[in-house]
Design a protein around this ligand. Sequence first.
Ligand code: FMN
Length: 201
Amino acid sequence: MTDHAYQDLVSLDIQEPIWERFFTVNPLVLVGTRDPGGEIDLAPKHMAFPMGWDNYFGFVCSPSHATAANIERTGEFTVSYPRPSQLLFTSLAASPRQGDGKPVLSVFQTFPAARVDGELLTDAYLHLECTHHATFEGFGRNILITGQIVAAHVAKDALRSSDRDDQQLVHNSPLVSYLHPGRFFSIADSNAFPFPKDMKK
Ligand SMILES: Cc1cc2nc3c(=O)[nH]c(=O)nc-3n(C[C@H](O)[C@H](O)[C@H](O)COP(=O)(O)O)c2cc1C
């Protein structure tokens, strides 16, 4: 029986990272921090997600990235959830640094965060402002940086409300998903999830 189950499976070599061998669905956000010289830094992250049901946010980062060092130093960061129309900007934010900063960021339109010292991407549909909560090491090459959300701002067209149909909302204000490795998807169509009766969170 077991042999039959494995017949159509390929067991991967776990001595190597497995994540390039298939696609997974991920979010895509821009994490905003302040460089030591005062310039803003924005960096795309796809390993980025709510840390539970309460107002905490986390993302996986390389400790060698300026984003990690900036958060360690300043104790705060922002998160902007771009729209599909902003995908090119989101990608360009991963351009290599020249000297102390990323020159490409000078063409980005941003506005100041309200509660932390940081910038948010203009026209993104969701903005989070976070204070550094804790950083966790021990995942091989990467670290998990978590923050407490101290302010959140949603574009009016993306805000859920009881008098608005969720399906229509997603259709009118599409979401972007990063399909690792190296593909993306614009989500305008969605279906109500078939939750089991009496499910508890
Ligand atoms: C689509 C995409 C997704 C990425 N996701 C991550 C991620 O989840 N974690 C990470 O550490 N780097 C990720 N990167 C790489 C960083 O964004 C990139 O190295 C960036 O330039 C780092 O900037 P910094 O040194 O200013 O922090 C991603 C890059 C792209 C293009």
